[in-house]
Structures are given as structure tokens and as C-alpha cells.
Design a protein around this ligand. Structure first.
Ligand code: ADP
Ligand code: MG
Length: 263
């Protein structure tokens, strides 16, 4: 009886979709026996394996859905090279309370100072903590919305960008918006307002948004919503890439080869 049940166990676990438990069953049971666990302790060990596996899978899926262009972490950020940022403040932002509250985070500064790096790092942290995240460049976002409008699918596109708890818009302001694009961006910001968080990186300060959006009235309406509950990180200083090149002797101080600094 006992042995029949034991043989059937992997099959039963499979039918219950407890696949991590099933796949690691022998090892986990050996471990439980070695540690002379009680039955509840052994069950807890098996459940922990399943929970850890599911958590890992959830994070992997969330990372895929978020479409980060590359992997960056807060641990990989060299704070010593960036004295305009307070590591404590960043660690606090990594706790993602601002995401839970639906706040906006603006990261502004010149090219190469780590805006996208921090956007990706904070976005990955949000995924890890269970929030849905989508990363897009401002150009891809606007192109997507304009195409949606041209194809009669604007509603679908707006929903796609409005749904994630955190929408990251990278490189806002590198290219100015056409009037129609500014209106579509306003439609999106209104849709997300007080529902989801936005993280926007930009090489332009807030005072220049009117120029970027080619429309002071729309810019004011957008900023009014975005800045209602917001945090602003302003990064100053030299491009990290140029700095690294200088340090390795590839570039002399003063010969700031801006064209090689891809933004
Ligand atoms: P930005 O978005 O502000 O133009 P990026 O985030 O793209 O700059 O940074 C350019 C490159 O330099 C990236 O590969 C990034 O990981 C790296 N980088 C920038 N600042 C730092 C830093 N303080 N520590 C480590 N890497 C950095
Ligand atoms: Mg960038």
C-alpha cells in the first residue's frame, strides 16, 4: 500500500502541477530523511522548493514581458563616480513604494550619466517585487501610438501602454514631438494618471518640455499630471563612458569626443 502510493507520488504531483516538487522529489526526500525531519517539516521543505521555483519563473516571465533592452543592476552602479546621487535615496527608490503609490519618477541629466542604467535597475527591482513593468523608448512609444491611430487601433495601443503598473519611458526629449504625437502622449498620461507609475528619463529639464512637445499648453497639462506625485533625480557630471575612456588613456581630458558617446 505504502509502496504503491510512493510510486504514484510523482504522477500525483504532476497532476497537481507541483512540478518542482515532482522533479526534485528524491533529493528532497533524502534531505528530509538525512535531517530526520518530522512530517510537517518535510512537507514544508517540499513546498518551499515549489514556491521558490514558481517565484523564479514569475520573475523570469515578468522580465521578458518588461522588454528591458539589457540587464543593469543597482549593485553594478558606481556611486563613487556619480557624487550627484545619494546611494541611500536610490536604495529607498528600489524598495518601490513609489511604484505601489502610482507616483512618477523623473530621471534627468546629460547623456551617458547612467539614466537608462538606473531606469533598468529600478524596473528590474519592481518586477522582482511583483509589479508588471514595460520598458519603452519615447520614440517607440510615440511611433506605436501613431501607428495605432493610423490603423484604427489606438484604443488597443493605449491599453497596452496603460496596463502595466510601471511604464518606463526612456530618452524622452531626444527628439521633439509632432503636434499629433504630443496629443497622443497626453492621452496616455491622462489614462495612466493616478492608476500606474511612470519612470521617465530625459536629457531635458522639466522647463524644456514645452519645446520638446512643441506645445506649451499640452506640456503644462502633461506635467500637471506627471508631477502631481513625483520624485525627481537630477544627475550631473560627465558621461561615464567618456570618463572610463579617459581613465584608460584612450581619450585626453578636454577632447570630449561627443560624437562617439552614443546616447
Ligand atoms: P544615459 O541613459 O544617461 O545616457 P546610460 O545609462 O546609458 O546613460 O549609461 C551609459 C553606459 O555607462 C551604460 O552602459 C551604463 O551602464 C554605464 N554607466 C553610466 N553611469 C554609470 C555608473 N555610475 N556606474 C556604472 N556604470 C555606469
Ligand atoms: Mg539613456
Amino acid at each position: 500500500m505504502v509502496s504503491a502510493q510512493t510510486t504514484a507520488l510523482p504522477d500525483l504531483l504532476g497532476r497537481l502541477k507541483l512540478t518542482a516538487m515532482r522533479d526534485r522529489l528524491d533529493g528532497l526526500l533524502d534531505e528530509a530523511a538525512r535531517q530526520e525531519m518530522t512530517l510537517p517539516e518535510a512537507l514544508a521543505l517540499l513546498c518551499e522548493a515549489e514556491v521558490a521555483h514558481r517565484e523564479e519563473r514569475r520573475i523570469q516571465m515578468g522580465m521578458g514581458i518588461a522588454k528591458f533592452p539589457y540587464a543593469r543592476t543597482l549593485e553594478g552602479f558606481d556611486f563613487a563616480a556619480q557624487p550627484s546621487l545619494d546611494p541611500k535615496h536610490l536604495r529607498d527608490l528600489a524598495a518601490c513604494r513609489w511604484v505601489a503609490n502610482g507616483d512618477t519618477l523623473l530621471i534627468q541629466g546629460p547623456p551617458g550619466v547612467g539614466k537608462s542604467h538606473l531606469a533598468v535597475a529600478l524596473g528590474r527591482e519592481a518586477v522582482r517585487q511583483g509589479y508588471s513593468v514595460l520598458f519603452t523608448s519615447a520614440v517607440a512609444l510615440i511611433t506605436g501610438l501613431m501607428r495605432g491611430q493610423a490603423e484604427g487601433k489606438l484604443e488597443e495601443r493605449l491599453t497596452r501602454y496603460a496596463k502595466p503598473k510601471l511604464l518606463i519611458i526612456d530618452e524622452f526629449g531626444y527628439l521633439p514631438f509632432e503636434t499629433q504625437a504630443a496629443h497622443l502622449f497626453f492621452a496616455l498620461v491622462s489614462r495612466r494618471y493616478e492608476r500606474g507609475s511612470m519612470l521617465v528619463t530625459s536629457n531635458r529639464s522639466v522647463s524644456e518640455w514645452g519645446t520638446v512637445l512643441n506645445d506649451q499648453v499640452v506640456a503644462t497639462a502633461i506635467l500637471d499630471r506627471l508631477l502631481h506625485h513625483s520624485h525627481v533625480l537630477t544627475i550631473r557630471g560627465d558621461s561615464y563612458r567618456l570618463r572610463e575612456k579617459r581613465r584608460s588613456g584612450l581619450l585626453k581630458r578636454g577632447s570630449a569626443d561627443a560624437s562617439s558617446d552614443v546616447v
